[in-house]
Structures are given as C-alpha cells and as structure tokens.
Design a binder for this molecule. Sequence first.
Ligand code: ADP
Length: 493
Amino acid sequence: MFLTIDQGTTSSRALLFDEKGQIIDLFQRDFKQIYPEEGWVEHDPFEILSSTILCCETILNKNKNIEIKSVGITNQRETVLAWDKKTGKPFYNAIVWQDRRTSKYCSDLKKDGLEKEINKKTGLLLDPYFSSSKISWLLKNISGLRDLAKNGHVCFGTIDSWLIWNLTKGDTFATDFTNASRTSLFNIETLRWDDDLLNIFDIPLNSLPEVRNSNDYFGETKLLSKNLKITGVIGDQQSSAFGQSCYQSGDIKSTYGTGCFVLANTGNKIVYSNKRLLTTISYKINEDISYALEGSIFMAGGIVNWLKLNLGILDKVSDSSKIACSVKPDSKVVLVPAFSGLGAPHWSAEARGSLFGMTQDTGVNELVHASLQSVSLQTNDLIGAFQKDFFDNNLNLLASLKIDGGMIQNDWFNQNLADICNYEIQKSFTKESTALGAAMIAGLGVGFYSGLDDFKGFYSDNDKITPRMDSMVREKIIDNWSKALKLSIEMAK
Ligand code: ADP
C-alpha cells in the first residue's frame, strides 16, 4: 500500500492506495482561508501542517496492520512561504496562488519589458499567480527578512517543501521539478534555478530548495507515528495527468473540481504557446522528462456550488444531472460564468458573468442546463487553443480527453462534454486521479513498480463516452456561446 498526502487549496487529505491503484481509505480536513485585504489570500502554515498530520495519523491508526511501502505528496502549486532554517518558524502566512497583492509589481516588470525573457525561461506568464513575485513581497515587507536570507538563514518553499521539511524534522529541504517549474524562478530548459530570474525578483539562491526528480528519495517521516520513506513528490495538476496515464506526447487530460485544469503532454519538447497557454514540466522520472501545455478555466464545479449555495436552486449538487436531462438540447439560454473574469484562452480579467437568451418560459431548469453546458463550452474553447498550438508545432493531439475530478460524477455533464467538444471522453476510474498519481510515483520511487508499463492494468476502455449530438444543434449552441462570450468581454471594457 501507499499513503498519499494531497494538500489542496481548501483541504488536506490522506489516502491509502493498494498496489492496483484502488482507494482503500481516505480522510480529509478542511482548513481556514484567510483574506486580510481585498485580493489577498493566505493560509496558516501550522494549520496546513496540523491538518495534514491529522489526516495521516487517522489513516495510520485505522489501518494499523497494513504495510505501507512509502509516501507520495501532491500539493497546491505556486503557494509559497518563508521559514527559519534553524527553528522552522514561519516568518509570515503562506501566500496562496490566488493572491493578487503583487499585481502592480508584476505590471511594472511587464512595463520594463521583462515578460518575454521570463516566458522563454519559465514557460509562464508574468503574473502574480506564480511564486516569484510573492517571495519578493515577503523580502520587501517582512522586517529583517532580507538580511537573514542573505546570510543563509531562510528557506523559501512551496507547500511540498514545507511539508517535507517538517515531516523529516528539518533533514530535507527539497522540492521536485514540477513544483519548481511553477515558481517562475526555474529555467525549464537548463533545469536549474536561473540566475537572471533570481536577479529580476531579487531573491538569494541559497534560500531555495534542492530540486529533485518526482520519484527521488525525500527522506523519512520522523513526525508521524510511523517512520515512512517519502519517495514521490509532484504538483497537483501534473499528478492528476500522471494518474490518468498522460505519458505520451498528445495525451490530454482535464480535471473538473471547483475550477478546471487542462494539461496536454508534449513529450520531451518544450512548446511555447501562441494562445497564451502555459508551458510546464509534466514530470521528471529518473532521466525521463516530459513537458506539457496547460490552460485553466476559473469556474467549473464552482458554478454548481453557486447554483446550490447562492441561488438555492439545488438541494444537492448531484441533482443537477437529472434537471439538465429534462431540458431540450437546443435550449437557447446561455450562461457565461465569468464571475471572476475568464481564464485561458480568453484571458479577460474584467469580464463578468452574464445570462442570455431567456424567454417567458425560462425557468431554473434551463439555468442549471446552461450552467453545466458552459463548462463544456469553455473546455471546447480551450481544446481549440491546444489543437492550434499542437498544429503549429507539428505535434499530434489525441482526439480523446481523459477526465477526473468531482464533476465527473455527473453523467449528463460527461455526455454533454463529449457532444460539445465533439471529442471522445475517457472517464477516469477514480475521481481521485490527483492523489493516485502521487501514489504511483511513490511506488516507482521505492522500486515497487519498475516503469510506466506497470500501470497499464489500472485502466480499462469501459468508461469511454462518444459524441452523439446532432451537428447542426452543436454548431448553433457554439455559435450562441461565441456571441454571448464576445458581449460579456465587450461589456466589461
Ligand atoms: P476541489 O478539489 O476543487 O474541491 P473536487 O474534485 O473535490 O474539487 O470536486 C468538487 C466540485 O465538483 C464541486 O464544485 C462540486 O460542485 C462539483 N460536483 C461534485 N459532484 C457533482 C455532480 N454530481 N454534478 C455536478 N458537479 C458536481
């Protein structure tokens, strides 16, 4: 068995997997979101740690007689914090990936013409989302931190590093290639922390962790009631791609949680996007490196929560499937869920949510239908961007999308996704692919699995969903959506 720590944005979890990738046990604990000012989002580092330990101990206690071969860690990416190298005391809360406090700093750097260089080296955009500007903020705003950092007394790390450092009682200060590739300080070509980037963001190299393969040995857990080897570390979206067997160039996956993240493997080729997708390291296992293009949608399952919690339309989120079924496929009601702007490939920070095409007999059922369908329509736009980038780079994108996350429990949505994207959908056998990926890597790290071929038996072709919508209906829906989208973006200007 393998123990996975899945440290996410709103909860920490521990999962126990058997050798065939099946979940044996799971425990989850939500933790506090801290919003000190508008646009600021923080987490308490000790709560991240204590919730993680609580989850692990609960699983260990309930499964005392089970032999655990090793531990895998997957985590929310980009979120960063600083702590004292000697005492382990954090200097400030963790600054979360959603935090926008460095917007002005990033736009000043953009004005200085630095985005191109940063994009070339990191594959990322110059945006507050990534860790680098958040570390700069800490260095500027925490009294005495710069001097301490210069003298080698500070650790800056993403959540994986914070957990590993604590679990090993300070033995290991390390991260893996996938997490490093989201800091905007890591050169994805040379595979090193980059001196020019460190200069731009004014961050001392000696405060950054050592970067290791995802399946390297990261030390032993001395903080848990059992001493276990940590042999798998990987960022959450890369982990879900791994858990869904996206190993070959052209493999593409989409995770439908609160938001949606699409990743397409580009093999060992670094592809720069013409469509404002991000380039990232998908995994590095021993000497085998895979890159990926990535795009995200801000609102996916979040819309279903909004229907339930804000509008009170749904008793349970799962009711949305039956309700959407009752609506005619050619309904003209369109919801553009730009509640906090639009992500890839539209990238409009200002766009806001809008509802179009209502008539006298429009009711809540049509709204539920339009909400679910908007997730399919956004995915279709995103797939279009991936197709273009793959085509421009002479690469083939598979015509089969692998899906996981909470929303895939909705059968109507899965079929609608296949119909709108006109794509074959391969539903993951578990909605917990993210945790599974880290367990698989932990198994590789401890030598239990000898290579990627060992995972073939995990998957079956049973869960394939093929498109069946009339093409005229599909085209009309997409046409209405494009018009509504344009108006939503225009209106915000
Ligand atoms: P996260 O990790 O972002 O919290 P999860 O993968 O746990 O996300 O998925 C939770 C999301 O999935 C919620 O936004 C919820 O509304 C949505 N969801 C769960 N079940 C269903 C369902 N049957 N139909 C539609 N959406 C669902």
